[in-house]
Design a protein around this ligand. Sequence first.
Ligand code: GLU
Length: 468
Amino acid sequence: MSATNDNPATIVTRFAPSPTGYLHLGGARTALFNWLYARHHGGTFLLRIEDTDRARSTQPAIDAILGGLKWLGLDWDGDAVFQFARADRHAEVAHQMVASGHAYRCYMTAEEITAQREAAQAAKQPLRIRSPWRDADPATAPAGQPFVVRLKAPRDGATTIEDRVQGSVTVQNAELDDLILLRSDGTPTYMLAVVVDDHDMGVTHVIRGDDHLNNAFRQLPIYKANGWPEPIYAHIPLIHGTDGAKLSKRHGAVGIEAYRDELGILPEAFDNYLLRLGWGHGDDEIISREQATEWFDLAGVGKSPSRFDLKKLENLNGHYIRAADDARLAALIAPIGGYADTELLTRAMPVLKARAANLNELSEGARFLFAHRPLDLDQAASDLLGGTAPQLLAALHAALDAVQQWDQEALEAAVRQVAEAQGVKLGQVAQPLRAALTGRKTSPGIFDVLALLGKEESLGRIADRMAV
Ligand code: GLU
């Protein structure tokens, strides 16, 4: 029996995305779980870009993956490893495996493979290549003919994986075939490259989506053939949409930058949400990074697929917006709204952030601060400014003009006095006042709005709508 990684001195995890598409929700969660597991154990978290598919790997996808990880605060140790650059090493291992009798050169022709495929189809059996070269005398090899290198996979017995999430999973070895390690052009296959890289990088724990569970049974024989310690596997269930179907574009299976740019999500809210997608700690919903690092373990990962729920993500986001630093929020929304005065935004933030579920709403909520007179009114505001509103506003103008100390207390006293003098409720005065000051029917509290706009601007906006 070969060594295992049951009790490694240091835990090493890795995130190994293929840069053929952007970093999506599932990938980001895999990265987070690997990061948390490594950090929890004081181990190492590595990044490997699996760019062996030259036709489909792109630089923009690599940039999006690196940028996405940075945005989420998932820092990796050392430099990212690029898989394609290691092709010579992968080939070297394949040749060693041929030399040690764990792999062989297969000269099967396209016709021979087609014949096996057709026979399998006719028998309604899955295709398992049975190469005559597996046990052939290498001396009989046709000189100068192209060949692939195949693994001499075990055919008897069974392979069992004690997966930390899926439990004990067994596959009969007869169901596996002699997979290709090196193609006829000498390039390594994905299956070989993953194992060689994980071994060379010292990876002790392979934590990844359960769409790779089948691959684990094909990868293990490569470890065994080389006498390498086998990794501990943890295959995490995939993420489904709210309707239970596999996550697709329709559900938001988009690059994570869309959550940042289009939905205005804060990274800490996204992290917290990803964490709760498939991992739990009692009923805790709001879990900081520090707390997560302390608590995270593989035992808390659920066995069934988790469901993506945008509402939950937005609720968490609202929480983290209210907890976030005002100057940071101001800097984040200034480019969204095209606002230049971040000092004013920062001052306004305590009242603005109380109401926003995402950064776009936060930015919209700040718009009134920067609007130019005369303000554009939306329909609801325009309706509020009809009837007796112009007279009320004239009375408010006079009362507010007399306010010396432009603070909440004095402003409230002045507005209340007008309401009393006019014999109406405070709300009936506040509504047209809000419409005149913000051009909208909803806004932060009216005294906050007055205070933030200042005396001159407030009186100007009121004057634009009052009866003269
Ligand atoms: N590159 C693979 C993917 O992006 C992951 C391989 C692995 O984690 O072993 O799906």
